[in-house]
Design a protein around this ligand. Structure first.
Ligand code: UD1
Length: 344
């Protein structure tokens, strides 16, 4: 065993894939999740894939007393990966206080508990949203942070600042901030994947639900952007590739390989793909048609963004390896599995 790692939000989409990869790499995982946007069945999926059932504590990270109980129950936690957060951009505009409370109080509680429990470091789940619409593409880690367009985006910026300030004030731990581009796809076994509550807001779950007939048609938000085909461009990264980057980050912390106490990495493929190109790639790789129509722009959308992943490639020795075709196939297999299980 390489050591105990707390994964907050470990029953969620990225957290569950990361738990699998951590266990495959020999870490012992303690999942802390309030199941607000996931369910305990995910733990079964993780066990099926990796052959190991992670410890699971149904705890809300805003509840400091309960969180203290977790650290007491599992002594010797070496590191934390903090995924647990509310993440719907639109909802955050209507429920800002919920977002500030969930996303900021959770982090404060963890940071306060780390020194007394001698936790060596925290990997923080951030987003390319901190760059706003960058002037220079692809965007690297030196690009300026721009004012957030939503309370959700603002919580990611504030959380990054809290970590920065705590480390500047000589907190006895390290941190690696990972800025994700657009994670998509599912585990190749189709045992775990993305399971949004209600009507999906993100592109891929809406697309696969349309392809299987749950939704009538996919709305493409705008074809009048200043891009080659007029639709928005994003950097879609395979969720398993993304999960593996977390293992590298945790290794870096526990093996003392970090170059400084605080590091930032962009996690993307380096390739921008438009919404229309993505629909086309899905249809080609799965042979399934996606009924879609062009509608108006979605408020708050960035026109185009994709990563310069060179820093992560060279310093972490990590590269996004999966093709977009295989990633889209995995998203489709997951949707089919949900149908097979009668979930949707
Ligand atoms: C957003 C956030 C990101 C957050 C992520 C997770 C921003 C800039 N980005 O990513 O930080 O981590 O959500 O919730 O705030 N689209 C359609 N039709 C749909 C849905 C989406 O055309 O039904 C388009 C969007 O206009 C966009 C692309 O698909 O161009 C991707 O959208 P989405 O999956 O929602 O992710 P982001 O908005 O990029």
């Amino acid at each position: 065993m390489k050591g105990k790692i707390v994964v907050t939000g470990g029953a969620g989409y990225i957290g569950s894939h990361t738990t699998v990869e951590l266990q495959n790499a020999g870490y012992e995982v303690v999942i802390v999740d309030n199941l607000s946007n996931s369910n305990a069945g995910v733990i079964d999926g993780i066990e099926k894939i990796s052959g190991i059932r992670p410890a699971f504590e149904k705890v809300d990270c805003t509840d400091k007393e309960a969180l203290t109980g977790v650290f007491n129950k599992y002594p010797g936690i070496k590191g934390i990966i903090h995924f647990a957060a509310s993440k719907a951009v639109g909802e955050s505009v209507h429920k800002p206080l919920l977002y500030y409370k969930n996303n900021i109080v959770s982090l404060l509680n963890l940071l306060e508990l780390m020194p007394e429990n001698k936790v060596e470091g925290i990997v923080f789940s951030s987003s390319c949203t901190v760059y706003g619409q960058p002037e220079i593409l692809p965007v690297d880690e030196m690009a300026p942070i721009q004012p957030a367009l939503s309370p959700y985006g603002n919580t990611k910026q504030i959380d990054e600042e809290i970590i920065r300030d705590a480390i500047y004030a000589k907190a006895p731990y390290k941190s690696i901030i990972l800025r994700y581009f657009n994670p998509i796809g599912a585990h190749p076994t189709a045992e775990i994947g993305e399971l949004p509550n209600g009507v999906p807001q993100n592109l891929i779950p809406y697309l696969t639900q349309t392809a299987i007939g749950i939704r009538k048609e996919l709305s493409v938000y705008g074809d009048d952007y200043n891009t080659p085909d007029g639709s928005c461009i994003r950097d879609y990264i395979n969720v398993v590739d993304l999960a593996k980057a977390h293992v590298v980050a945790v290794n870096r912390i526990v093996e003392n390989k970090s170059e400084s106490k605080l590091e930032y990495f962009n996690l993307g493929t380096g390739t921008g793909v438009s919404v229309l190109e993505l629909i086309n790639a899905f249809e080609k790789s799965t042979g399934v048609k996606v009924p879609h129509k062009i509608v108006g722009r979605r408020e708050g959308d960035i026109e185009q963004i994709w990563a310069n992943p060179c820093y992560a490639n060279t310093v972490l020795g990590w590269t996004a390896a999966e093709s977009i075709e295989d990633t889209l196939k995995s998203a489709w297999s997951w949707q089919l599995k949900l149908r097979e299980k009668g979930i949707m």
